[in-house]
Design a protein around this ligand. Structure first.
Ligand code: GN1
Ligand code: MG
Length: 379
């Protein structure tokens, strides 16, 4: 891998961090919708890889707090791992490490208004945009469960709320109403479908926030974005080895995470598909993801947590569709897009997925109850 001339600006930002060797490779990484990511390779032996990211300051208005959360989580998990964890007896588990800047010693670099950070790459691992099968689905669920388990004793007060309103569905409805009020009337059956879809589910949007307000569900530390491609899988064993993309770590409801993981894993066509009619929620994958999750996380789940699982799965799919559709109305200002109707297409994928979830409500409840009984039987 060689460093191209055009990357010299990037290379100088990368070189400001305390890397272990000369940079010999730098290329775009992944397909995030919000931040810019690059893979940085350092000369060896052995070759070492890192991830350079430019945080989107419109989304993360206090990026230094994002870094503080990331460091707090890392220190907490390190402490837990030092004490030993039975779930990790036969598996590797890592967190991306934050590198500091050589000169100021800060865990970030600011250049021309940009906020940059460098973290370690999880070696000999890879991620997938769609789940490849039952075993992998179980591993993704286990990875999220393990992540939650390892931070379940970290007080949410130790984390900053870096994205106020993130996953608070009624807030997204308010944004939607505001965007709609500003939008000239648009004809078009796709837009009409989305508008009608949202209207029919307005009342449901507050289900998790109402449970939080009444004390049924409580705030805990969450990942915030545990979609399938944020779970790194060991290349050799296929086991989950890390959750990455820790920008959205903050206090929240673990139901946001569980719902997000399931809406992502159980959509076999992926969130970018154009084949709207074929979008569906795969119940078998749901059983695997939730089974994997509970194998690691059942120890801290309450009855109320179980009782809100179905609502979480339905809500987070709906919410992501609502977010994409609102951004479409607002002129694609939040999510990165490749064509003008990209967010409209993504919204419809999530709404189709929500419909499929609703059509399988009884079966999903049955899976939850079956897994819950199995957990109770093991206790
Ligand atoms: C955004 O940028 P990325 O892909 O990691 C978004 C998530 C959405 C996701 C949908 C901070 O994540 O909430 O689920 O797109 N992140 C933020 O692909 O809004
Ligand atoms: Mg993310």
């Amino acid at each position: 891998m060689t460093l191209r001339e055009s990357d010299s600006g990037l290379a100088s930002i990368a070189a400001a961090f305390d890397l272990p060797g000369r940079i010999c490779g730098l290329e775009p990484l992944g397909n995030g919708n919000v931040n810019d990511s690059f893979l940085v390779v350092c000369e060896g032996p052995p070759l070492r890889r890192f991830v350079l990211q430019k945080l989107n300051r419109k989304v993360f208005v206090r990026p230094e707090l994002v870094m503080a959360n990331m460091i707090a989580i890392g220190e907490h998990v390190d402490g837990r791992l030092t004490q030993g964890c039975a779930l990790l007896a036969e598996r590797r588990w890592e967190l991306p490490r934050v590198l500091h800047c050589r000169e100021q010693g800060l865990p970030w670099v600011e250049r021309e208004g940009g906020f940059w950070r460098m973290i370690t790459f999880i070696e000999t691992s890879r991620s997938f945009d769609v789940v490849a099968g039952a075993d992998q689905a179980r591993e993704v669920g286990f990875g999220l469960g393990l992540f939650h388990h390892l931070i379940s004793d970290l007080s949410p007060d130790r984390l900053a709320d870096t994205l106020e309103g993130f996953h608070v569905t009624p807030r997204y409805l308010e944004h939607y109403d505001a965007a709609l009020a500003e939008t000239p009337v648009v004809a078009g059956s796709d837009v009409q479908y989305c508008r009608a879809f949202i209207e029919e589910r307005r009342g449901f949007a507050s289900v998790l926030e109402a449970a939080r307000a009444s004390g049924h569900l409580r705030l805990r530390p969450i990942h915030g974005d545990p979609k399938v491609n944020n779970v790194m899988m060991d290349v050799a064993s296929g086991q989950a080895v890390a959750l990455v993309d820790l920008d959205t770590v903050k206090p929240g409801l673990i139901h946001y995470d569980i719902g997000d993981c399931l809406r992502s894993c159980c959509n076999p066509l992926g969130e970018e598909t154009r084949d709207l009619q074929a979008v569906h929620f795969d119940l078998d994958l749901c059983r695997e993801v939730l089974g994997g999750y509970l194998a690691a996380a059942s120890g801290f789940l309450t009855d109320a947590d179980y009782e809100h699982l179905y609502a979480a799965i339905r809500l987070i799919s709906f919410e992501l569709g609502l977010r994409f559709f609102t951004d479409h109305l607002a002129g694609n200002v939040y999510f990165r897009t490749e064509h003008p109707d990209h967010n409209l297409q993504r919204a419809q994928v999530q709404f189709r997925l929500t419909e499929s979830i609703e059509a399988q409500e009884h079966q999903i409840h049955a899976v939850i109850n079956e897994l819950r009984s199995a957990v109770a039987g093991r206790c």
